[in-house]
Design a protein. Structure first.
Length: 165
């Protein structure tokens, strides 16, 4: 059976690090993962995934990640239950095998959008879009020179010996 989860998102809060009674490092955190589509109102919603990591991976996450940090995780889905106040509580979480830190260490705490730097973000996005459009749409002059099959108004001569059939 295959049980594999790969997610990319931002931490919703600082990781909660502790040691078990037997001395094993464990960290828990929640990862906000934006959905790839927008709802009926045009808003992209997020799913909040509960994650747990153990041993050295837990220490690294606790030491280098904080609220708002972007991280990619690879792990497996785990379900379970426990008793709380006489009631059975069921949970689902991602057990992290590997975590990839997707921002430099000195990146801001909560990302560009939350810093109030929204205008700069939009300017960069528009500049990127304009550059992509310019690259994808060469000028008419360039298009004529680049396309060996362009119709320049002259008849094309094809010799029967040049045809493979």
């Amino acid at each position: 059976m295959i049980n594999r989860v790969i997610l990319t998102g931002r931490l919703t809060d600082d990781p909660q690090f502790r040691y078990t009674p037997s001395g094993v490092a464990v960290v828990t955190f929640t990862l906000a993962v934006t959905r790839p589509f927008a709802n009926q109102n045009g808003v992209r919603e997020a799913d909040f995934m509960r994650c747990v990591a153990w041993r050295k991976q837990a220490e690294n996450i606790a030491n280098y990640l904080k609220k708002g940090s972007m991280v990619g995780i690879d792990g497996r889905l785990e379900t379970g239950s426990y008793e709380r106040n006489g009631r059975r509580v069921y949970y689902t979480q991602v057990v992290v095998d590997t975590a990839t830190f997707l921002e430099p260490r000195n990146a801001s705490n909560s990302g560009r959008k939350q810093r109030g730097d929204r205008d700069t973000f939009e300017q960069e996005k528009n500049a990127s879009r304009k550059a992509r459009e310019a690259f994808m749409k060469p000028s008419e002059e360039q298009r004529w020179f680049d396309d060996p099959f362009a119709d320049n108004g002259e008849p094309i001569e094809i010799n029967d010996d040049d045809l493979p059939f």
